[in-house]
Design a protein around this ligand. Sequence first.
Ligand code: RM4
Ligand code: MN
Ligand code: MN
Length: 409
Amino acid sequence: MVDPNEWESTYRELRARLEAHGVDVDWVEEKVMNLAVETPSWGYGDSGTRFKVFHQPGVPRNVFEKFEDAAQVHKLTGIAPSVAIHIPWDKVDDFNALKKHAADLGLRVGAVNPNLFQDDDYKFGSVTNTDARVRRKAVEHMLECVEIAKEVDSKLFTPWFADGTNYPGQGHFRTRLAWMLEALTEVYEAMPEHMIMAIEYKFFEPAFYHTDVPDWGTSYLLCTKLGPRAKVLVDLGHHPLATNIAYIVATLLAEERLGGFHFNSRKYADDDLTVGSIDPYELFLIYNELVDAELDPNVPFHVAYMLDQSHNIKPKIEAMIQSVLSVQETYARALLVDREALARAQNENRVIDAEMTLRRAFWTDVQPLLAHARAERGLPVNPLLAYRESGYQRKIEKERVGGKPAGWA
Ligand code: RM4
Ligand code: MN
Ligand code: MN
């Protein structure tokens, strides 16, 4: 176990250094511990690629067990209080029982995700299918998800569409766009007043020629036609390489249309790797925009932070803890940015100074600060280590035999 005194001495040095630069350390600690990162139910089940889905011992066999695993992540990090569900993967007869189960574990049900891509009927699209019967089926499924969201007290409906075409000429773009809007309008109108629809975009895959909601612009366009409770959902793996996601985030914040994130990381395409693993600086620059808006009294700020990852070769629960902490660490660094110095440098066109202001925060090791903030709140200084020492993994590996492991298939 890490010696807590070791953390404390580095913490004292860090605190003194930050305070000398005018940082309110208590405020930063408060902020990072008030962060909420939603974990995805599907991140606890077996996953893989189209080549192979690997089985891991102890993975949940149903949504109730997924929530039990998620409760471990929340118990040890203190900042993962909700779990996104995917329908029908997580479909149960009694959603009230699921809501209660979540509450008993200290959790709540988060975003409700429809599944419009794993049915033979959707081979040529769901809401953009030329067959009116299939379009109806897709809308009915989304309406069902809205009902489920109401039942579990979720305020967020997050559709993602695999709809698209594989070959030029295969589909009529404008007709499909009209069908998309028609379907979403019906669902939007069925949502209760407090519910938000966050529309996720993705530029390719599974469709390889065109996708019906390929980018933030299309998602934004749909939102403006739907109404103020329609927002854009940014999944970090859903852009062409080299896209400046931080700029997209800033634009959506300015327009009050940023609904939330699906955090993950990628090297090539929609790789669903651990958030911050490939380009931590990119993640930091995104968080820099978020914090900038969060601290701006003129910007209403309601952004849902969610993970969307599949840990194909990492142990599931450990990977989830690592991911939640990665988001928290990045947030902490973004909170350290000297915003007044940055604004001055920007206004005076001192390019190097502006950039250095960001880099100073980015290169600060915030680990001791996070460790201290956790310890002060009765949480383990090192959640990953605490998980390994808890015996929970051994327990589920022994207990969860028989039944069908949850996962892709
Ligand atoms: C998609 C997208 C969705 C997720 C599915 C499983 O690429 O990221 O958010 O629900 O994968
Ligand atoms: Mn996603
Ligand atoms: Mn994805």
